[in-house]
Design a protein around this ligand. Structure first.
Ligand code: B12
Length: 487
């Protein structure tokens, strides 16, 4: 038997449907005996896994791992399981092992790493193990000692994969309230992204490819989520949902009768090419908000990020205005404090964000600082030249400093010193006070106007230093931005 394990991602928030494991399981249905264990729903996940090995004879443990909290859980759980059951084969997959496979394989409790979109590869690993062959020979698998083929898994076409085996989980436990609706579930309708932005982890997963489910199938899944779990909102976690306009338009038409709210991620330049008809369809079908990587207030920085020749600050302003007209909220993310002159970069992007807010006050702003991903020939090389190094062991990765790094609150990026980080945080606090987010459902009308009044003088005068009164408000009301503490 095989166990698919989703490590604990947060003790505080309601768990998110582990779609990676549903994707792996979909290919095992009817051919391999398997069970999905979600650490977020277990009192003692390691004890549950141990019991499954002892009582049901599980031979393989597949673990999905993201940097941050999931890694912090995966390390001790796998270490304990391997100590108790040395014959158990432990396979890691997901964003963290795909990028940092070498560090993972140095740990004695990780036998193999599957790199990239791994459902077919994982099935091939199980078959190889069943036959007594060496899974290290399967393309997409990395194994210790250099015996690895160590290529990326070939991305399977999502339309050729079976539907998620939802019956393997108690899906109702994953239905969450969000700003869009009372009952929200996610779906992932495409793999990859056709762009090669050099700060983005997705490039390491798919190397610039994008493959999607048809509009018809995506709409069928949406209908199933509505009919089976009565959802009123869907979050599309696709890296880039909107690549192909025809698909988006057809999807919007097909879900028109469902009375759904929906959310997805897009490129600004792609959306600017959409026709008015498609915009109208998207609005009428319930599209509420789109996450867009604006990244910077500097065209030079956008160029250095390899954002693609068509990205520009002018386009960010253009889409902000367009989305205001359609009543769809743009959620712009920015990467602050980039080299070579982080101070000037920060000042420029802050000034730009103020401009965006003038064009569209409803625009949501999400601030990150650059967190390197291991992509040769890019910003990562510059980071290395400035002394940046990734940890060499998993124990170091789960230290609190590197946990912060994985969650983009880094103390490890040489060019971002404390005063700069503080400046970003202070600006963010004032901005979020003067323009309270609509995505926090706990922020009632009264709190919202109080916050806005408190932040007004600072925002208007541009004085962001020591916002102690806003910090106090934050402590008092536990105000947080759900999407930044999410992904
Ligand atoms: C849903 C999600 C979450 C959920 C977690 C869901 C869960 N498993 O419980 C939540 C909200 C908790 C979350 C949190 C975070 N996330 Co997150 N998350 C996502 C998101 C949007 C979708 C993931 C998903 O379901 N994909 C669909 C499935 C089908 O694809 P997949 O997960 O990639 O799985 C495939 C392969 O990776 C592989 N695979 C995966 N696991 C396994 C296991 C085995 C054994 C094998 C063989 C293969 C395999 O095969 C799968 C099928 O093809 C991705 C972006 C994206 N679009 O993928 C970001 C993403 C993975 N998250 C990211 C980040 C940074 C975070 C946070 C660290 C952010 C933060 N500010 O704190 C946190 C912390 C993680 C944690 N708490 O542990 C980054 C990772 C960047 C990086 N450098 O690695 C991503 C890529 C977003 C981004 N574009 O930056 N996240």
């Amino acid at each position: 038997m095989t166990i698919l394990y989703n490590p604990i991602s947060s003790a505080r928030r309601k768990p998110v449907l582990p779609m990676a494991l549903l994707a792996l399981g979909a290919l095992l249905e009817g051919e391999h005996d398997y069970v999905i264990v979600d650490g977020n729903l277990e009192a003692d996940p390691a004890a549950t896994l141990d019991r499954l090995v002892r009582e049901r004879g599980a031979e393989v443990l597949g673990v999905t791992v993201m940097g941050g909290p999931q890694l912090r859980d995966a390390v001790p759980v796998c270490r304990r399981l391997k100590t108790l059951h040395p014959a158990l084969t432990i396979v890691w997959g997901g964003y963290f092992p795909t990028q940092h496979y070498d560090v993972c394989l140095r740990a004695p409790y990780v036998d193999y790493v599957v790199r990239g979109h791994g459902e077919r590869v994982f099935k091939a690993v199980l078959s190889a193990l069943g036959r007594g062959d060496d899974p290290a020979q399967v393309p997409g698998v990395a194994a210790p000692g250099g015996a690895a083929t160590n290529t990326l898994a070939l991305i399977p076409h999502p339309d050729e994969l079976p539907d998620f085996p939802y019956h393997r989980l108690d899906v109702a436990r994953y239905v969450r309230p969000t700003f869009m609706g009372r009952r929200t579930l996610p779906h992932h309708s495409s793999y990859g992204c056709p762009f090669l932005c050099n700060f983005c982890a997705v490039v390491n997963m798919v190397e610039g490819r994008w493959l999607a489910q048809s509009a018809e199938r995506t709409a069928r899944v949406a209908r199933r989520l509505v009919e089976t779990w009565q959802v009123d909102a869907i979050e599309f976690y696709d890296n880039n949902f909107f690549v192909y306009e025809t698909r988006t338009a057809e999807f919007a038409e097909r879900i028109m009768d469902l009375d759904l709210a929906w959310w997805g991620e897009a490129r600004i330049d792609t959306l600017l090419k959409y026709t008015d008809r498609t915009w109208d369809l998207m609005r009428r079908s319930g599209l509420k908000m789109v996450f867009l990587g604006a990244e910077s207030g500097s065209n030079e920085t956008l160029r250095r990020m390899n954002k693609g020749g068509k990205a520009s600050t002018e386009k960010t302003l253009e889409i902000a205005a367009k989305m205001k007209a359609y009543g769809i909220v743009p959620e712009f993310s920015f990467v602050m404090g980039n080299p070579p002159d982080p101070e000037a970069d920060l000042a420029q992007t802050i000034a730009f964000i103020r401009k965006v807010k003038r064009v569209n006050p409803h625009a949501e702003i999400i601030l990150y600082t650059y967190t390197p991903v291991p992509l040769a020939g890019t910003l990562y090389d510059e980071a290395r030249a400035r002394g940046f190094r990734f940890p060499e062991t998993l124990d170091e990765w789960i230290s609190s400093a590197w946990q912060d790094f994985a969650q983009r609150r880094s103390a490890h990026v040489p060019w971002i010193h404390d005063p700069l980080r503080r400046k970003v945080r202070n600006f963010e606090r004032v901005l979020n006070a003067y323009y309270p987010t609509i995505t926090d459902r706990t922020l009632t009308g009264l709190k919202r106007s109080l916050l806005r009044t408190l932040g007004a003088w600072r925002y208007k005068t541009g004085f962001y230093t020591f916002p102690i009164e806003l910090r106090a408000f934050h402590r008092l009301f536990h105000y947080q931005r759900p999407e930044t503490s999410g992904f």
